[in-house]
Design a protein around this ligand. Sequence first.
Ligand code: NAG
Ligand code: NAG
Ligand code: NAG
Ligand code: NAG
Length: 505
Amino acid sequence: MNPKPSSSRFNALIKIPTPIALCIGVICGLLISNFFSAPSIPSWPYTHIPSRTPLRNKVPLPTHQQRERVFNLLTSLSPHYTKECTRQSQPLYVQQAQERYAPLKGYQSPNHGFWLSALGLSPSPQSPYQASTSDVTAKPHKYFFAINLYNSFDVIPDLFATLFKVASILGYQNVYVSIYENGSTDQTKALLRIFDALTRSVGMRVTIRTSMRTRGAFVHRIEYLAEVRNAAFVPLHELRESNNEIFDTIIFMNDILPCVDDLLELIWQSRRNSAGITCAADYMYHDDLGAPVFYDNWVARDINGTALENAPFNAIFHHPPSAHAWQAHLPVQVQSCWNGVAILDPAPFYSPPHVKFRMAKIVQGECSASECSLICNDYWERGYGRIMMVPRVKLAYDRKVFDIIHPKRRNLEKIRGYSRLGGLPDNPRTDPQDRAWFGPHDRLFTEEEGEPIDFVPGPSHVWCWGWDGAGDLDGPDVDPIWEPMANRSRLADAILVKHNRSMIL
Ligand SMILES: *[C@@H]1O[C@H](CO)[C@@H](O)[C@H](O)[C@H]1NC(C)=O
Ligand SMILES: *[C@@H]1O[C@H](CO)[C@@H](O)[C@H](O)[C@H]1NC(C)=O
Ligand SMILES: *[C@@H]1O[C@H](CO)[C@@H](O)[C@H](O)[C@H]1NC(C)=O
Ligand SMILES: *[C@@H]1O[C@H](CO)[C@@H](O)[C@H](O)[C@H]1NC(C)=O
């Protein structure tokens, strides 16, 4: 077992003060004010005080055509790594994805074109004023994207292109992006400003904040990392205090590049299961094995509390029922996970005792786990222990691994080596490529992949490999133990739905 806890996060700290230039333009503020005029009624237990938006001169939002121009600009200008994700998807997958994710649509558009092109297809020649088929009269579901960046010049164009496409589906007005950037030494900030301006122009809200604090101010490295993550959540609390704006789903990501449908699937699964935390699976190349292996095993624990393995897809889980479900590409309940992108239920952030990222309470004998493991434990204790991993969503940190875990789909005739004369066409549902551990990105959905998970209460003990970080070790430095879990997390109540976020399917 090789615990390389996200080593990229733990590089030497270089600090060069850069003038902060946060673009919080007056115009943008006015654009945004348009959205506060629509009343929203939180369905879960928070008293709704209608926000009083002072009457201001309203700057009209761009017209549909103008928005589409910005959309085309942003999405063609930038995708570099992720552009292959959905481009040549098989038609049946595209149809399935459109049907599956239609309940996530958060806008009333006269045009289906956005929807199609966001999934990587060219818009079909339809009347641009055809009526929308979805009924979007229900209370909008609001999404808070929290993103930590550091020297991310390379990934920002793709990141924004993806965010922008996802937001075009969720509804720009329902999406808030909070980026916390801690003192990058490359041109991250300059790039961020460009995208900030473009996204704001269509009514998507973005805040970008920059820190000048270095790790030196903190005793413990986990304390510092927790601080950086919490910083991305500051606007969540500010918006609640100033506007009583409540978000329904949080998407937390680092500098990893999911495809549009990866994010949609995570959000879909999270809402389908009203899950506390929903994770993807991230993979890293393992030189000795010559294959990609599951990466974030410092955090990930199966529902028995056992650590997941740095192993290829088929050997990640020890817990037999979990291994079985995983190998059938079905979502799996876990005790703890993070893995690059996590979808969180915001409820435990809003209601006391508020969860936040934190380091272990070492004086109270708590094992020095990652801030992400600890937040999973805290979710369990607050009764939000519906934590799950989605095997379909495979994430890579580089191109090499991306290409291995998402091979291009090959023609079935080429695989078979002969072409059929007459008879039935090939059945895409039985394509052997889709039974492979690492198959094409556009694998068809099975019915079971949409079934809700049967959650069970948490394990009595969880394997914890502590990292006090006192020495210079670039990884866990304390002997691992089976740490007992709080009684609360072992009760049936820990997995009861407290905040129903399900979609109308
Ligand atoms: C910013 O945070 C990242 C981890 O998220 C860390 O690797 C980097 O060193 C930090 N940068 C500074 C200037 O402290
Ligand atoms: C399940 O957890 C217990 C500790 O609570 C451990 O001893 C056992 O080996 C685990 N089983 C598997 C299959 O990991
Ligand atoms: C937790 O449960 C165990 C037995 O199941 C009991 O002995 C212990 O006192 C409980 N702890 C707390 C803090 O309630
Ligand atoms: C959540 O809400 C949906 C639709 O609003 C409903 O069908 C479902 O039964 C609810 N689930 C729970 C656990 O309350």
